[in-house]
Structure formats: C-alpha cells, structure tokens
Design a protein around this ligand. Structure first.
Ligand SMILES: *Cc1c(COP(=O)(O)O)cnc(C)c1O
Length: 477
C-alpha cells in the first residue's frame, strides 16, 4: 500500500515511511492510495475472530511493508486484556472493546478501558509499539514533543513509557487539567517520560511546541517528533473497533448499523468513514459536537469555518474543544472524488483562517451519500443525558459520551441498531458527574490513590528557550 497526500504534491510513500512523520511535505495529510474492500463473505468470516485477529485482518493491507509475523506480534502485544481492563467491573474485558446493551437496539461501545480511561489508548498503544519497532529497525531514536490539555498527553505517555529509543517531553498547563488527569501524567516515574508543567494556559504550551518545530536545525539535531491526531496509524487503528462493534450488534451480516461519535479533531469518526468505505454496512455516521460546533455547522450547511482561539469555548467536554478539525481534510478528499487540486485550493483558505462553502459547487449534496449527519450538545444537555442514562439504564457515562448519546438519540431510526462510542470514563471528569448525579464516579481498581502518589514534573515559565535547554540536556539520556 502506498500513501499519497490529500494535496497531491508529495511522492507516494509506504507505511513505514510515513509512520514517524507528521504532515506530508506539501502540507496535506497522508491517505492510502485506495481502501481495501471486504465483501459479505469476508465479513462473515470475521464473526469468529477475537480483537487481535480482527485487527490483523483489517490493518494488514495498510501496513504491508511490515512482515506479517512482525505485525501479528505487535498487534498481539498491544491488544491484551491486561492493558484494556480498567473499566467497569461487569465489563467483558476479553472483548477489548466490549459492547454494552442499554436497551433493544441501543448500545454503548466501550473504548475507554485502557490505561488512561479514554479511547485514545486504543490507537496510541499500537502507535507506541509501531514506533519502537520502526526505530529499532533503523537504529534511530526519537524525542516526542507535545502539548496537552489532558487526554492526548496522558495516552501518549502511557503508550511510550519504557519504550526503547523514545523519550517524551509533554507540556501541560500547570493548572489546566482535572486533578485526576494531572495525577495520571505527573505520577509516572519512567525515566523516558518528561512532564513539563508550564506556568500558563494550554495555548502557551502549544506556542512553545510550534516555536520549537519552526527551528529546523534544533528539530533535526535532537530528532524531535510528534504523536498528533493526524497520524495515519492512529486513524487506521481506530477503524478496527467499528468492525468489532458491527459484528457484535448486527443480527445478520449486511444489516445496516448506525454509529454516533463524540467528535473534535474528526479522527474517530474519520475511522468510521474509512470502515464504511471498506465495505462495513454502516448506515449513519452521526457527528456529535459540543458548543464548539465547527463540524456540526459544516454537516448542516456545507460551510466549513475554522474558529479563532478567542472563539473557542472551554466546556465540560474539554477534549472536544477544538477550533478546527485537523482530520477533516481526509474526508473532504474523498468527498471531492479525491480531487487533490481542489483540496489544495480549499485549504489555502483554511490555512489563512478563512471559511469555504461546498454548497455552490454541488459537492455538499454528496455528503448524505457518505452517511454523515450531525448535531451539537451543550453543558445542560450533557448533565441531563448523564442523569437520564444513570436513571434509566444504571450506567454512568462521562461528558463526552453524553454529547454523543444526546445527538445520537436525535438521529436514531426505528429498527436500525445505534452504537454510541464511549470516548472516556466518568472517573476522569468528577466535577461534572457530581453536578449531574450528586455523587462521585467510581474509580477503577488500582487508581483509587492516584493523587497521593509521588510526582515527577518540572515546572517552567512559558519560555521556549528554557524548554529547548531542558530537551537538549535530556535528549540523549
Ligand atoms: C480526543 C477525544 C475526543 C475527540 O476525538 P476526535 O478523534 O478528535 O474527534 C472525544 N472524546 C474524548 C474523551 C477524547 O479524548
């Protein structure tokens, strides 16, 4: 399989060639040259597979420059019950992504039973093993620099901890995360994980990362890389659980199933789109946003208008607080019939902070043919949904999942099974749960005393040079 850029200006590359990089050199995103398709019989054969066999079947066409035995071993090491067993006590962790039946035709897909209690562990754990494998083969090493407001940073740290040839330098606002998220990251004692708390806000952290990345000489000298959400391997890894869920809920192969997805950077629901392109009988892909409704606006009107940081709201589903959806370009590439010249023109606007409108060209009419619908949710909706799900089904959900369920139910159709993706566990967002239910969420076993463990974190001013100096001192440890 070769990978091409959505903007058409980069040479085709293999999977291992694009794995460690970010954007394509022309500023576009890498996408596979084609999507392998599975027919009815191949889907039927998947019914008997466990998560690892399924992951190998779905992923191997995309990662075909890794020898099959090596890829199998990587997948088997990644998707273990031991790693994905941090969720509710009554879940069947052997399924890796168990499906919880709320009522006839309504399901929760549990994606948050990994070490950081959010769905990002599903892809990030595989990425950690893939990175280590690729670096080992080339004899190189990598210093991952990132900024986080919560979920991505912790998922990256738990995926990369203890890995050979990899160090992580993760910037986070000193006071910007929930106490649980702070404790999750800052109690890690692994020597290859460097937590840096910045006396500032998330944007200060992100600015430092951008400044460092602009210094090409520094970047090369210290082998700086990233684990951002546009990484193709992350998107690919997320395709697997759409297959897993489909096979778990469809009464027969071919029956259409709809998915509702709490969305921010469009990575998760983009994986659903790809599963659908691969032949999975998905009826609707329901894009759920919070008050930051860039994506909902597009799917209702055809206008994609990235927001300024000042317009981006801080909400009680913070992992969906985005100003633009970085993976969205991958879908628009398919929507335009893979017209790279057009995508380049559209993103010339986006990169200048301007909007584009797909209605005049008639392209917007094609959206429904891809199954997409959307809706948005606000704080009051989240609280009401958390309460409703608790009272009606006895299941506690987090704020992001509540956004997904709220919008999913608005688009539910009689007779079509609806699967709502659970993107985090309630334990991560204690304040909102207290507000909704008047009680604290349950902590998974082993995390009860997390806040009391010793911490390993450097506190620094928002000063790019100080961060660079720190990296330079530790980049060869
Ligand atoms: C990252 C995240 C999302 C958004 O996922 P995207 O792939 O960026 O659309 C939703 N919920 C939670 C809990 C997350 O951590």
């Amino acid at each position: 399989m070769r990978y091409i850029s959505t903007r058409g200006g980069a040479p085709a590359q293999t999977f291992l060639e694009i794995l460690l990089g970010g954007l394509a050199p022309d500023g576009g995103l890498y996408v596979p040259e084609c999507y392998p398709r599975f027919g009815r019989e191949e889907l039927a054969a998947m019914r008997g597979m466990d998560y690892r066999e399924l992951a190998y079947t779905v992923l191997s066409p995309y990662m075909d420059d890794i020898p099959p035995a090596d890829l199998k071993a990587l997948i088997h090491r990644t998707y273990t019950t031991a790693t994905y067993s941090h969720g509710r006590r009554d879940s069947d962790f052997t399924q890796i992504t168990p499906v919880r039946r709320l009522e006839e035709g309504l399901y929760l897909l549990e994606l948050s039973n990994g070490p950081t209690l959010a769905f990002k562990d599903m892809a990030m754990q595989l990425l950690g093993n893939l990175f280590e494998y690729a670096l080992e083969r080339t004899g190189r090493d990598l210093n991952i620099l990132g900024a986080t407001s919560g979920d991505t940073g912790s998922a990256a740290e738990y995926a990369m901890r203890g890995k050979r040839r990899i160090r992580v330098f993760m910037l986070a606002p000193e006071h910007g995360m929930t106490p649980f998220q702070q404790a999750q990251m800052w109690t890690l004692q692994d020597p290859n994980i460097h937590n840096i708390a910045i006396r500032g806000v998330f944007d200060d952290c992100q600015d430092i990362v951008k400044n460092v990345s602009k210094d090409i000489e520094f970047k090369e000298k210290y082998r700086i890389g990233a684990v951002n959400s546009i990484n193709w391997a992350r998107v690919a890894a997320q395709v697997v659980y759409y297959f897993k869920a489909y096979l778990a809920v469809a009464r027969e192969i071919g029956e259409p199933v709809s998915f509702s997805v709490p969305s921010g950077n469009f990575g998760n629901v983009c994986a659903g789109h790809i599963a659908r392109m691969m032949g999975l009988p998905i009826r609707r892909l329901i894009v759920a946003t919070n008050e930051n409704d860039v994506l909902d606006e597009f799917f209702r009107t055809g206008v994609y208008r990235p927001r300024s940081p000042a317009e981006t709201r801080h909400t009680s589903s913070p992992s969906m607080d985005i100003s633009k959806a970085s993976n969205f370009e991958r879908f628009v590439f398919d929507l335009t019939g893979r017209d790279a010249a057009l995508v380049r023109d559209l993103w010339r606007e986006v990169d200048q902070g301007r909007a584009f409108d797909l209605k005049p060209s008639g392209l917007f009419e094609r959206v429904s043919g891809f199954g997409f619908v959307s809706g948005s949710s606000c704080h009051a909706n989240r609280i009401a949904t958390i309460r409703m799900v608790w009272e009606r089904y006895g299941t506690m959900i987090d704020t992001h999942t509540a956004d997904g369920l709220k919008v999913g139910l608005e688009h539910r159709e009689a007779g079509v099974p609806l699967v709502c993706l659970e993107t985090a566990l309630p334990a991560k967002f204690e304040d909102a749960i207290r507000e909704a239910l008047g009680r604290a969420p349950e902590r998974p076993a082993g995390l009860v005393d997390l806040e009391r463990l010793p911490r390993r974190v450097q506190v620094m001013d928002p000063d790019t040079q100080a961060v660079k100096d720190y990296i330079a001192r530790h980049a060869n440890d």
